[in-house]
Design a protein around this ligand. Sequence first.
Ligand SMILES: Cc1ncc(COP(=O)(O)O)c(C=O)c1O
Length: 308
Amino acid sequence: MDLAQIHAAFRRIAPYTHRTPLLTSRLLDEFFGKRLLLKAEHLQKTGSFKARGALSKALTLENPKGLLAVSSGNHAQGVAYAARVLGVRALVVMPEEASPLKKAAARAYGAEVVDRGVTPKNREEVARALVEETGYAFLHPFDDPLVMAGQGTVGLELLAQAGRRGVFPEAVLVPVGGGGLLAGVAAAVKALSPETLVLGVEPEAADDARRSLEAGRIVRLTEVPRTRADGVRTLSLGERPFAVIREKVDGILAVSEEAILEAERLLLTRTKQGVEPTGALPLAAVLEHGAGLPGTLALVLSGGNRDV
Ligand SMILES: Cc1ncc(COP(=O)(O)O)c(C=O)c1O
């Protein structure tokens, strides 16, 4: 996945996505003693950046009959939205015990939720059987170069927006779960501004990306991590994202649950932005690791789908 592919993804998805704003806050800057640029992906279509990757992939498919995804969160909504753009049906496989709210959100975006008899263990199997049965195209949430290139458009946009203001981000902080967003943003940023640091952020309870980078191989968690950042409860990085992250990412920061909650609170009270826990990870990293970070930081606020 290179810059040309990210530019191509941008051209595909541009008619169907928002150029989300790059927000600033004098109050936050004073509080942290830094200059913060907030890439507001919680204001993206479907409430998260996931619409970018889903559309990037879906728009390359030739006459798909429908789209199929395994997800209990933002990817489901991204895929449902992409299916609506293409005018086809979306099937989302979710465990029976998944939150009724998340099922309702996927349905509200037009997806059909398949959950009868589905468990976290058998859901991939159920999805494979459904792909065979329906002939729908399977969209992986992160382990796919076209999805990663779509997520990388966040990096393209934020550098262009910062450049127009004459601001140079010394580091970009990105939430990391399966690694599609981090890999895409790192590929874009390192191609355009190699001296800008790219840092992933994950909860301490789900620090597999940090350990994977240290070990030089993918380290898997053995159990679903207990963290309020529900977008990054993945057990491991995907192989394709890891290959990019290993080469281009400068480091991974882990943050406590308290810092995530405090970051959400600061975003709501100081900037009036309703960001979900996973989207608040980068600001949590500034709270806990700020002393070791440069002065001008771009933070990817990746989503806003929270259970109010
Ligand atoms: C809001 C939000 N931020 C970040 C992520 C992590 O993205 P990735 O799996 O590409 O690392 C997710 C994944 O679902 C998410 O929903």
